[in-house]
Design a protein around this ligand. Structure first.
Ligand code: NAD
Length: 248
């Protein structure tokens, strides 16, 4: 089907539903110039100047065993403090304002959905904007971490290590966030999935809870869930959502 027809179909699905849920990943933020993991320009393909794979450097055991390298990687490669929301974030915020979109469920840790105005955002993997002391629990904003870009951040109150509130590999997801995500997905009529390779579990498995009428996938690359979707659009998510919302 030609691209225009696909957009028209998406537009009509969106127009016809007031129980939409969006589930996305790193591809939602590439148009804000934040690299994803698995695209050609993604972090996995970038030559690592650190000598470890990204999954290793973003793991709980690496954080414990090599805190200096962990923070160097996290603070220099995972934080994009100047990034701005793109057309995808803006379109989703608008759909929420219109009362059509019930929740954004994201694997991203960049806070750009909220920056675009979305209110109900479930962050499966946490956020780089939140940080906390492992010793006393004091909370710190991103600015505090950026001041410590060249060292391990220590809590000014107690001296404990301040870590980002993100879910590292080998760590479990927040149960409350996960349960809320399952509830929204299982009750949705239209589920739009985009900008995710759907290979990171348990996040990717959330789609299995969908029992609604229409599953739409918007992703540049193929995913193992393409066969299950009623509509698959292999294109930019920002461009696609902006075009689909023009007539809404
Ligand atoms: P991924 O890198 O595995 O997959 C991204 C997918 O998005 C790819 O299939 C790619 O083809 C597609 N894509 C890229 N740009 C796109 C665009 N403009 N329009 C449509 N599709 C596009 O990402 P993932 O599935 O989210 O898994 C990676 C993990 O990495 C997540 O757990 C996430 O926490 C983390 N991560 C987050 C960020 C962020 O917060 N922005 C960035 C990198 C990685």
């Amino acid at each position: 089907m030609e691209q225009q027809k696909l957009i028209a179909e998406l537009s009509s699905l969106i127009a016809g539903s007031d129980n939409i849920v969006f589930f996305g990943g790193a591809g939602v933020s590439t148009e804000s110039n934040i690299p994803d993991f698995r695209s050609e320009q993604g972090l996995y393909n970038a030559t690592s100047k650190y000598g470890y794979a990204p999954e290793t450097m973003l793991s709980h055991s690496f954080f414990l065993d090599h805190p200096k390298e962990f923070f160097e990687y996290h603070l220099n490669e995972m934080i994009f403090e100047h990034a701005k929301p793109n057309d995808a974030h803006i379109a989703l915020a608008r759909l929420e304002q219109l009362g059509k979109l019930k929740a954004v469920i994201t694997q991203n840790i960049d806070g750009l959905h909220q920056a675009a105005g979305s209110k109900n955002v479930l962050e499966l993997h946490g956020s780089v904007l939140r940080n906390y002391c492992l010793n006393c629990g004091a909370r710190y904003a991103l600015d505090f971490m950026l001041e410590h870009r060249r060292q391990i951040p220590h809590c000014p109150d107690c001296g404990g290590v301040v870590r980002p509130d993100v879910v590292l590999y080998e760590e479990g997801l927040d149960d409350r966030v996960l349960r809320a995500a399952v509830k929204y997905i299982s009750e949705a009529e239209l589920l739009i999935v985009g900008g995710t390779s759907l290979v990171v579990y348990p996040a990717a498995g959330l789609i299995d809870y969908f029992r609604g009428r229409h599953l739409v996938l918007i992703n540049k690359g193929a995913t193992s869930y393409d066969g299950r979707a009623g509509l698959v659009i292999r294109d930019s998510i920002g461009k696609t959502l902006a075009a689909a919302l023009k007539s809404i």
